[in-house]
Structures are given as structure tokens and as C-alpha cells.
Design a protein around this ligand. Sequence first.
Ligand SMILES: [Cu+2]
Length: 166
Amino acid sequence: MKFLKMMFGVLMFALLTAACGPQSAPPPAPADVDMSLRAEPEPPAVGDTTLIVTLKDASGAPVDGAALKAHGDMDHAGMMPVDGETSESAAGEYRVPFKWTMGGGWIVTITAQLPNNGGEITKTFNFFVEAVSGESIVNRQNHMNVTATPENPMNMPERADINVTP
Ligand SMILES: [Cu+2]
């Protein structure tokens, strides 16, 4: 019975990996579209923000009708990435609701699926986010009420403060 269960597991794994194989359709060639990005409010601070993406074609005319995806990673490990998307625009300007979840360096990748099967363009932007909000790590540490003094560098309680229950 244990063997059968294991065989079933191996079979399922084989089926799943086969289903995730490379797609046969080649991606369409990306069009000559220029992408720029700014964030509001400026300068960036921890909390809600709006990423404003502007798309222009080679002649400088606004490009509407694209589907945008934003993906944000921090420049250090161990953070949950932040994602956002929109398909709405006006005069080539797309507003993506986003959130800076921590102060520090961010790498934001914008992917735009262009209209009329115009292909996909991707661009990466760097931001530095100030840790000024109450949600920031710096403030969270302050709220822990830990004060280290030269006499007591580790802020350890005095011996008399420790209650030993028998
Ligand atoms: Cu972080």
C-alpha cells in the first residue's frame, strides 16, 4: 500500500512537470514603446503609493490599451514581494496602486502587454523608500521600548527583577 502511494506520487509529479513545459507559441516581437515611471507621493515613503507608468510610441504619441503588471522586490533577501496591476489609462498614463512595505532599496519591474498583439515590454526601476511611517521597522523597534545604556549595554533586567518561581 505504501509502495502504491509512492508510485501514485511519482506519476502525479511526472504529469505536473509535463504540464508546466515550455509553451509552443513564440512571443511576438516587442514594439518600439518607451516606458517611464514615477511614484506618488514623492519622495517615496513607507505606506500606500501609486506607480505612474507612462507609455509612448516612437513618435512620442501616448500608448493606451496596454495591460500592466508591477512587481516590487527589495534589495535584500527575506521580503515578501509586492505586486500590482492595471489595464486603465488616460493619455498613455497608467496608475498602479502599490505599497512600499518597508524602507530601503526597491527594485520595481513593470511589464506591459501592449495592445493589438504588440508584444510585451519590461523595464526595471530602482527606488529608495524612506522609513518614516509608523509601519517601518525603525519605528517598530522604537515601540519596543528597549533602551540600552552604557552601564547595561544589553538592557538585561537587574538580578532583583527576576522572579524565580519554584
Ligand atoms: Cu525589506
